[in-house]
Ligand binder design. Structure first.
Ligand code: BYC
Ligand code: FE
Ligand code: FE
Length: 485
């Protein structure tokens, strides 16, 4: 086979790729052997009830930023999950840590093998986990447009799993193969073989959870991928850079999904002459989600996602950084020595019942810094939601709760705190937590709204229609041709 032009994707192999798998029979064979297990996993754990439907999906066909995707009807099990890496830059260097200035590694540095494998496995584990969490949602889709977006996110998370599995097979030999098999064996929420990180074992019971998840948790994905894209291990960096191209749409789905629910609620309130956003019973009889309940959903998904950053002060994170494996957000644009041997970073801690800022060595505070960058990114989206509420003239603002609220990992895991960051006794927490997190009743109400709406161009009553279609399709476009089975 002749060498691929940069960016060209080879479709002659079972697994589309731009990494010349045809010239690498060992890895090609290993991936072909892994493939049936993946399809089996997709059929049993992927979107339930829609495996034979035609879905209008985008497929990555190139890494050219201007024309990387093509749209067409595909049955999901026939989606071409490909291995696509951003182009290699021969001059790329390790840009931080003890190896700063060395040429970026094309092979795994022996001394960091275990650490690197762990990072790849954790990243890989989240991808199928999210598909498992979302597998029941198709049945209650509020429109074909939304159903299509769900499935688009699902197939791309499947591709992200492939991206990590490629690295495991190509660079980690036998134990890489075992880890790749393990990625198909763990199950979200399973007591005996759960997924690795907390948030990926939580249920995604309804569409509001799905939108909050893609807003908050996929955004952790973005931040983690940005950090891994800085890696001195070049294949990981290149893989993550391409994954980020797809990630933007996942967060778009979340932000606009919540935004459309907000818009519909405000519209219904105005039409009914309800000004008080806390007049919950009346608002709910309109068949829309009251804003305080949306706030509770945001509180839950934000706090679960904060846990994904690990401990604020972490020697793991320091080791990842020092070894050149995982950098900071926008590492190469930060104006410092990129060694962090003497720098400090302000870390939030609970001291005597109050949140205080304590300077810690910057090297061990890497997770805290990434979490700060994440919170800023979240705040941007929340402010855009608030503009929708403002425009409707309703007096209500969504806010991000304190980072001390409802935490299971890090500094705040052993304390109860209100969304404002006030420490609470166990009793106060138990008495008030339903004010801040979705209660059973809230869940039952939301579930009552989750009725499928599958006529082309129609939307369930709790959500407004999108401003523009996917791939500029008209409003009544049939994004999913549901197969009657
Ligand atoms: N749950 O030093 P610590 C995505 C463990 S999302 C359970 O505090 P560290 C996506 C930790 O493993 C992005 N366990 O933290 C989104 C460690 O265990 P060991 C996924 C946790 O290691 C939506 C111990 O606690 N990618 O792509 O500095 C849809 C002490 O750890 C948790 C990555 O996360 C938790 N939340 O940082 C689809 C990137 N947190 O070693 C996809 C790779 C910590 O003592 N991962 N622990 O046994 C990492 O960089 C790091 O592993 C973490 C944790 C940032 C997650
Ligand atoms: Fe992903
Ligand atoms: Fe994602």
């Amino acid at each position: 086979m002749t060498e691929n032009a940069q960016g060209a994707v080879d479709y002659s192999t079972k697994i589309p790729n731009n990494v010349r798998l045809n010239d690498d029979q060992r890895v090609l064979k290993a991936l072909e052997q892994w493939h049936p297990g993946y399809i089996d996993w997709w059929m049993t754990m992927g979107p339930e009830g829609f495996q034979t439907s035609d879905v209008y999906l985008r497929t990555a066909i190139s890494i050219d930023p201007k024309g990387w995707a093509k749209f067409d009807y595909v049955k999901m099990p026939e989606y071409r999950w490909g291995i696509l890496l951003a182009p290699q830059d021969e001059n790329r260097l390790v840009n931080f840590g003890a190896h700063k200035g060395e040429k970026a590694w094309q092979e795994v540095p022996g001394e960091y093998r275990a650490m690197l494998r762990r990072l790849v496995v954790i990243q890989g584990d989240t991808e199928p986990a999210s598909v498992e969490q979302q597998r029941h949602l198709g049945k209650t889709a509020p429109s074909l447009y939304d159903m299509r977006n769900l499935f688009q996110v699902n197939v791309e998370e499947g591709r992200h799993l492939w991206a990590m599995v490629y690295l495991l097979h190509k660079y980690f030999g036998r134990d890489g193969r075992e880890e790749a098999d393990g990625l198909l064996q763990r199950r979200s929420g399973d007591e005996d073989k759960p997924r690795m990180l907390g948030a990926f074992n939580e249920a995604t019971p309804d569409w509001l959870s799905f939108f909050m998840f893609t807003f908050f948790t996929d955004r952790d994905g973005k931040m983690q991928l940005e950090s891994l894209a800085q890696s001195g291990f070049d294949p990981l960096s290149r893989t993550c850079r391409f994954m980020l191209t797809e990630e933007a749409h996942h967060m778009f789905v979340g932000e606009t999904g919540v935004g459309r629910a907000i818009e519909r609620t405000c519209e219904a309130m105005k039409a009914a002459g309800i000004e008080d956003p806390y007049d919950i019973n009346r608002i709910r009889t309109l068949g829309v989600v009251d804003l305080p309940t949306l706030q509770k959903k945001a509180n839950l998904h934000f706090s679960l996602s904060l846990d994904l950053f690990g401990s604020e002060v972490s020697t793991n994170a320091a080791n990842f950084y020092n070894s050149g494996l995982k950098g900071r957000f926008n590492e190469t644009r930060i104006d410092d020595d990129h060694l962090l041997t003497s720098a400090t970073y302000p870390v939030l801690k609970f001291v005597d019942g109050a949140i205080r800022i304590i300077d810690e060595p910057a090297l061990t505070a890497i997770n805290m810094r990434l979490r700060d960058d994440y919170v800023k990114d979240c705040q941007g989206g929340v402010s855009r939601w608030n503009r929708i509420i403002d425009k409707a003239g309703i007096k209500f603002q969504l806010t991000l709760p304190s980072v001390a609220f409802n935490r299971a990992i890090g500094e705040f895991r052993n304390v109860h705190a209100s969304p404002e960051g006030q420490q609470l006794s166990d009793g106060e927490w138990a008495a008030r937590k339903d004010e801040w997190l979705p209660s059973k009743d809230d869940g039952a109400f939301i579930e009552s709204l989750m009725k499928p709406c599958w006529d082309p161009g129609k939307y369930a009553g709790w959500i407004s229609s999108p401003k523009v279609g996917i791939d500029n399709k008209p409003g009544d476009f049939e994004y999913v041709k549901i197969a009657v089975s």
